[in-house]
Design a protein around this ligand. Structure first.
Ligand code: ATP
Ligand code: MG
Length: 202
């Protein structure tokens, strides 16, 4: 095929594609905040959440970030947001991974204390975005009541978006969310013995 023919074919196919995309954009007419669940076993759930925080910051939005599980490491995102972004309210559960603490009663207490921070955020229309990092584990371990969490997300202010991240999450939570993405592990450096990397993994 000549280059001319190839170019013509490409143009015709792009025109068709544009028509389809424009029609779909036309159809999406509801204006409201979205509820997003980022799940799966691969790397990229929390980093994606923090990517959305960066987007929201670009528009001067007010953001709440609550991390339900704290590793031993401080994270780059926590250090940066706390130091440079006064429009971000950052809260951490403050206990280690549940397989490190091995203390169920203390974990439940910490989860409930943390939920007491989340609840008012999910009622406050001044928050444009609320990120609930690793919340899924609190539901999986039954540290927090699933229906309570789902109802709070469902009843949040109409313009507020919420992002939940963490492995699992369950069918009920998935059903309640508008967007659900699964990050699938194809490979992970850790499995080849490569250490978690500052600025990449934490
Ligand atoms: P990230 O914060 O890098 O986006 P994540 O939120 O998807 O990762 P988590 O389960 O919260 O994944 O794990 C956090 C830490 O564990 C990160 O340091 C991440 O690189 C690492 N990690 C994520 N997935 C895997 C995996 N499949 N195998 C080993 N380590 C992983
Ligand atoms: Mg994570």
């Amino acid at each position: 095929m000549s280059d001319d023919k190839k170019n013509q074919k490409h143009k015709a196919s792009m025109e068709k594609q544009k028509e389809k995309v424009d029609a779909r954009i036309e159809q999406a007419s509801t204006e409201r905040g979205v509820a997003i669940l980022l799940t799966g076993n691969g790397k990229g759930k929390s980093s994606s959440s923090f990517g959305m925080i960066m987007r929201a910051l670009g528009y001067g939005h007010k953001i709440g970030v609550v991390q339900f599980i704290k590793g031993q490491q401080l994270s780059g995102e926590e250090m940066y947001l706390k130091e440079h972004c006064p429009q971000v309210d950052f809260y951490q559960m403050g206990t280690g991974f549940t397989w490190n603490t091995q203390d169920r009663t203390a974990d439940i207490e910490a989860a409930e204390k943390t939920w007491a921070v989340v609840e008012p955020m999910l009622k406050d229309p001044s928050y444009d975005l609320v990120v609930l990092d690793e919340l899924t584990y609190m539901i999986a371990y039954k540290y927090l009541d699933e229906d309570m969490v789902i109802n709070a997300i469902k009843n949040r202010p109409v313009e507020q978006s919420v992002v939940v991240s963490g492995r699992g999450g369950g069918a009920k939570l998935q059903e309640a969310m508008d967007t659900v993405s699964e990050v699938k592990e194809i490979k992970h450096a850790f499995k080849a013995g490569i250490k978690a990397r500052q600025g990449v993994d934490y």
